[in-house]
Design a protein. Structure first.
Length: 198
């Protein structure tokens, strides 16, 4: 798991996300055909609570595309202590766990395009992202991936998701950035979105 970036997400971001701490749904155009769906875990490190790096990227994508935003949220919260989170994520990965999720995403039938975001945990997708992918058929949709990492890059996750969602158009041009650089991600993320036509 990643150490998250302090002050990466402003307070307004959480109010626009279903599944965020106040669990309010983003009030966007009902005509939106684009959704941003992401998994991110807040942590407490050195007595300071910080928001997730992937959540920050999700908010940037929302602002540029006007997409609706949903957060993948497990029923059982992960530890906010970094070392405890690392240990739990490792154990889940080794066992192939599929944590139960809260129903924060719901019916995706109205969306043509899904931006899917996640941190890299132990060289793989976080297990809640597997739960989400195995529980949602994204066939016929364009799926665009973005991630944060601690040095591993995308770690083969584009191929993994392409295999799991073989009926979807998984765009191979995914965006990833080191957790150490995420607060400076806006220009490169914006350029990536422009390359994709947004």
């Amino acid at each position: 798991p990643q150490k998250q970036q302090p002050a990466a997400v402003d307070a307004s971001a959480s109010a626009s996300i279903k599944g965020s701490r106040d669990d309010t749904m983003f009030a966007s155009s009902k005509d939106s055909k684009i959704a941003v769906i992401y998994f991110s875990n807040p942590e407490r490190d050195d007595q300071k609570s910080v928001e997730g790096s992937t959540e920050y990227l999700a908010d940037l994508i929302h602002k540029q595309t006007g997409a609706d935003v949903y957060r993948i949220e497990p029923k059982k919260a992960y530890p906010v202590n970094h070392q405890a989170l690392v240990a739990e994520a490792k154990a889940e990965g080794l066992s192939g766990a599929r944590p139960e999720l809260k129903d924060t995403v719901g019916d995706l039938s109205q969306y043509d395009t899904i931006f899917l975001g996640y941190p890299i945990w132990w060289g793989d997708l976080p297990m809640p992202v597997y739960t989400f992918l195995e529980g949602h058929d994204l066939a016929g949709k364009k799926v665009i991936l973005f991630s944060t990492h601690g040095g591993s890059g995308l770690a083969g996750t584009v191929e993994t998701i392409t295999h799991l969602e073989n009926g979807a158009d998984v765009v191979q041009n995914a965006y990833t950035i080191s957790r150490d650089d995420v607060t400076e991600a806006a220009p490169s993320l914006s350029n990536w979105l422009k390359q994709l036509g947004y």
